[in-house]
Write a protein that binds this ligand. Structure first.
Ligand code: ATP
Ligand code: MN
Length: 472
């Protein structure tokens, strides 16, 4: 029979009933006649207080093994805590069993207040801290909320490939996947009659017969299902080999990409806003204790920020208006702004944090800045792109209405120096039953940053991958 979880006992455990619990010792305090154990099983932030009387069988030999980090199993009786205590109930032990010791001389999580850097080095143990336990539970609630949001709206969850031979152009640098022997690369001078450049690799001999990579986005494949089964979403790992050592980028992250037929840019914006607000509402409702911890210990303004986000419509600002604001606001930026340049993180943060003080959606970007698949506006200069920017994080969502006109799409590919033959199946969607459609990508870890107020994206995923680091 599965053991009751501590979260459940603290909430509804009845004084006078027998219970067996198991978990990891957070702290122990000894008195002459009894000991207190603060027991955590990960089901919630709170510990269950265990009272172990010296009369418990084997007390003298066993209790000293129940040190911080040790795992124990305890049978006992729940009793009401005295009025004014932190919890409703505590467990009075009848038996105490130490399942696994944790030598105090070597267990790394003895005292509190370790640096983030240190904890990253013990990523296998950091989930036993309050912060990383809370992070794992919040992350889980976010994922559940995401699936529920789409499932309730009739979206189909589609699994797009992780290994791909197509490049979702413009998204980022790719990690190559190969079974070729890197010390003995096949370098013929020609492949089936086509001359190869000197030193070129013959990928026909590689596993897939073509150069292959880890996906940077499931969008292109997502579009093929959206234009068949209706609105879809993907939710999977995404890889970018960008050598950016920032607090907002990972080499491996999780992305959610909905794609909707018969949606135009405005519908896309509305869905993105509803989506983010729903996740926030669910997390505030279902993880109140963990969120109170983040507000108390990590970022004092996080609950106020989240409630403020819920209280207002996202402000919609065209790229042209955004540039206008940035060039007339009098603020000094490291990267100067003018119409036609990419907005840098500092510009995005200024707009959402300082100027508007709330989430904004910047739309209609210059087409020269954006990938070939975004729908061109009639002005001939801009495309129907949209980025959602939020305080504390900057860009959290990137999306667009897609180009659905065959000739315009082919023209854009030419402009971007892409060969339509490499994207033949994607181009086919504009040949057979083309429809207006739109979609976006939300970075899961950026969402967790927004929710928790954590400063570094490396601390909101269990095992972060970034340049120079893939330990564990
Ligand atoms: P940025 O400008 O911040 O590098 P991007 O414009 O390259 O992001 P998109 O290609 O639009 O990102 O990807 C969609 C979303 O995926 C982003 O809005 C962001 O939330 C997330 N994302 C992108 N790159 C990363 C990364 N390296 N690590 C974590 N999340 C990312
Ligand atoms: Mn983007």
């Amino acid at each position: 029979m599965p053991l009751p979880r501590i979260a459940q006992l603290l909430l509804e455990g009845q004084p006078g009933t027998e219970s067996t619990v198991a978990g990891w010792v957070r702290t122990r305090r000894d008195n002459p006649a009894f000991s207190f154990i603060e027991l955590n099983d990960g089901s919630c932030m709170s510990n269950l207080q265990i009272v172990v009387d010296a009369s418990v069988p084997g007390y003298a030999e066993t209790i000293k093994l129940a040190t911080t980090g040790a795992s124990v199993r305890i049978e006992g009786e729940l009793r009401a805590c005295p009025a004014g205590a932190k919890q409703r109930v505590e467990l009075h032990a009848k038996t105490l069993q130490v399942l696994g010791v944790a030598d105090p001389k070597t267990y790394p999580l003895q005292k509190k207040g370790h640096s983030w850097e240190f904890l990253r080095g013990i990523a296998h143990l950091r989930p036993r801290t309050n912060t990383f336990g809370a992070m794992a539970r919040v992350r889980n609630t976010v994922c559940y909320s995401i699936h529920r949001f789409f499932q309730e709206r009739g979206f189909v969850y589609v699994h797009t490939p992780i290994i791909t031979t197509s490049d979702c152009e413009g998204a980022g640098e790719m990690f190559q996947v190969t079974t070729l022997d890197l010390d003995k690369l096949p370098r013929p001078s020609s492949v089936s009659g086509t001359a190869l450049a000197a030193g070129a690799v013959d990928y026909t001999q590689d596993f897939f017969g073509k150069k292959a990579s880890l996906t940077v986005s499931g969008q292109l494949e997502g579009e093929t299902y959206a234009t068949a089964v209706g609105p879809i979403y993907t939710f999977g790992p995404t890889f970018r080999a960008e050598n950016s050592n920032t607090t907002r980028h990972l080499a491996e992250f999780w992305m959610i990409e909905p794609e909707m037929p018969f949606y135009e840019l405005e519908d896309n914006m509305q869905l993105a806003e509803d989506f983010i607000k729903t996740i926030i509402r669910d997390v505030l409702a279902d993880r109140a204790e963990d969120m109170a911890f983040f507000n108390d210990r990590i970022e004092k303004t996080i609950l106020a920020t989240l409630n403020n986000i819920l209280a207002h419509d996202f402000k919609r600002v065209s790229y042209t208006e955004a540039v206008e604001i940035l060039t007339t606001c009098g603020q000094k930026f490291e990267y100067p702004v003018e119409w036609g340049v990419n907005l840098q993180a500092e510009h995005e943060r200024y707009l959402t944090e300082k100027h508007f003080g709330q989430p904004i959606i910047v739309y209609n970007y210059p087409r020269t800045l954006k990938p070939f698949y975004m729908k061109c506006n009639d002005d001939g200069k801009t495309v129907r792109a949209m980025d959602v920017l939020v305080p504390g994080v900057g860009e959290i969502i990137g999306g667009s209405q897609r180009e659905d006109d065959l000739e315009t799409l082919l023209g854009r590919m030419k402009e971007c120096h892409l060969n339509p033959d490499d994207y033949w199946w994607y181009v086919d969607l504009r040949r057979y039953g083309s429809v207006p459609h739109a979609g976006f990508g939300l970075g899961l870890e950026r969402m967790i940053l927004l929710l928790t107020g954590m400063q570094n994206i490396r601390d909101v995923i269990p095992y972060p991958r970034f340049p120079g680091s893939a330990e564990f």
